[in-house]
Design a protein around this ligand. Structure first.
Ligand code: PAF
Length: 286
C-alpha cells in the first residue's frame, strides 16, 4: 500500500493511474477502523482497479473540542488493517493540507436534510462533513464513493451534495456490518462497559421488532410503531433515547403514514454508558 501525506504527491500518483484508464474507488474515513470499514474497502476493490482510503480526523465536524481531542488515532493498527485487505492507497493528510489558507469552498443547499436527527443533536456537524467530503473528492477525483448505511443521514446528505455538483461520481451505500448479536459495528463500541456491551444489542432488536410490525400488519401506522419501540426500550431499562424517528428515506421527514412513502427508514440513537449508539433499518423500499 502506498501512503501519501500531501495533496500534490497523491495527485501525481493518481494522475498516472487514471491516465491509463484505471477506475478509482474512494473510501473516506476518520480511522479507528473496524470490520465495517474493511467491508467498504472490499466492496470498492471489487468494483474498481484502485482503492484509495483516507484517514483524516476532520476538526470541522466536531462540535465538542473535547470529543475531537479524545478521538482515537490508532494509525499503525489502521495501516495494518488496510494492508491486510489489499487497499492500494492511503491518504493521511494533516489539517493544513485539507484546509489550506485561501481555500475557496462552495456552499451547498442541503434541502433541510441536515436539520433533523443527528443534525438537531450536533449543530454544524453535517456542514463540516460536507466540507471535508467535498474537499476530499476534489483531491481524489474518484469514479465511485463508498459510504456506510450506518450513517444513513450522512449518506443522504452526501447524495444531495453530489446531485448538486452533477459530478458523475457514483455513490454506493454499503450495508451495516453487525456483531454476531446484532450490534452495529462502530469505533465507539469499545467505550462500553461489560454490562453496557451486553445491553447494547437491544437497539437493533427493537428496530427489528418495528420492521416486523410494519411488514406484517395490513395497515401499520408510524406512531403505533414508535409506541411499540418506546415500550420495548422501557421494558429493557433503556432510559436515554436521543431520538427515534421513522422517516422517508429521501426527504428524511418524519412519516405520519406509510402510504405517504415508497422508502421508509427507522433511525435511532440510544445512549448507554454515555456512549451514543446509532443504528437504522430500512423498513421498505418499493
Ligand atoms: O463517516 C465518517 O467517518 C466521516 O464523517 C467522514 C465521511 C469520513 C467525513 O469525515
Amino acid at each position: 500500500m502506498e501512503i501519501f501525506n500531501t495533496v500534490s504527491t497523491l495527485q501525481q500518483h493518481l494522475y498516472q493511474l487514471t491516465r491509463s484508464g484505471k477506475k478509482i474507488g474512494f473510501v473516506p474515513t476518520m480511522g479507528a477502523l473496524h470490520e465495517g470499514h474493511l467491508t467498504l474497502i472490499l466492496d470498492a476493490m471489487e468494483e474498481n482497479d484502485i482503492v484509495v482510503c483516507s484517514i483524516f480526523v476532520n476538526p470541522t465536524q466536531f462540535n465538542d473540542p473535547n470529543d475531537l481531542k479524545k478521538y482515537p488515532r490508532p494509525i499503525e493498527k489502521d495501516t495494518q488493517m488496510l494492508e491486510s485487505v489489499g487497499c492500494h492507497v492511503l491518504f493521511l493528510p494533516e489539517v493544513e493540507e485539507i484546509y489550506p489558507a485561501g481555500l475557496v469552498e462552495p456552499e451547498f443547499d442541503l434541502n433541510g436534510l441536515d436539520t433533523p436527527m443527528e443534525g438537531a443533536k450536533r449543530p454544524g456537524h453535517f456542514k463540516g462533513v460536507v466540507r471535508v467530503v467535498y474537499r476530499l473528492l476534489d483531491i481524489v477525483k474518484p469514479d465511485s464513493l463508498y459510504m456506510g448505511q450506518k450513517d444513513f443521514q450522512q449518506y443522504s446528505i452526501i447524495a444531495q451534495m453530489l446531485r448538486q455538483l452533477n459530478s458523475g461520481i457514483r455513490l454506493v451505500m454499503v450495508p451495516i456490518v453487525r456483531e454476531i448479536d446484532g450490534l452495529a459495528m462502530s469505533s465507539r463500541n469499545v467505550r462500553l462497559s461489560k454490562e453496557g456491551r451486553a445491553h447494547a444489542p437491544i437497539l437493533h432488536k427493537v428496530l427489528q421488532e418495528v420492521e416486523y410490525y410494519v411488514n406484517s400488519q395490513p395497515f401499520p401506522i408510524p406512531h403505533k410503531a414508535t409506541e411499540l419501540a418506546f415500550d420495548l426500550f422501557k421494558q429493557h431499562g433503556i432510559e436515554q433515547i436521543d431520538y427515534f424517528e421513522i422517516v422517508d428515506g429521501n426527504s428524511l421527514k418524519t412519516l405520519h403514514s406509510f402510504e405517504d412513502s415508497h422508502f421508509a427508514v427507522v433511525c435511532a440513537v440510544i445512549v448507554i454508558d454515555g456512549v451514543r449508539l446509532l443504528d437504522n433499518v430500512i423498513l421498505f423500499e418499493k
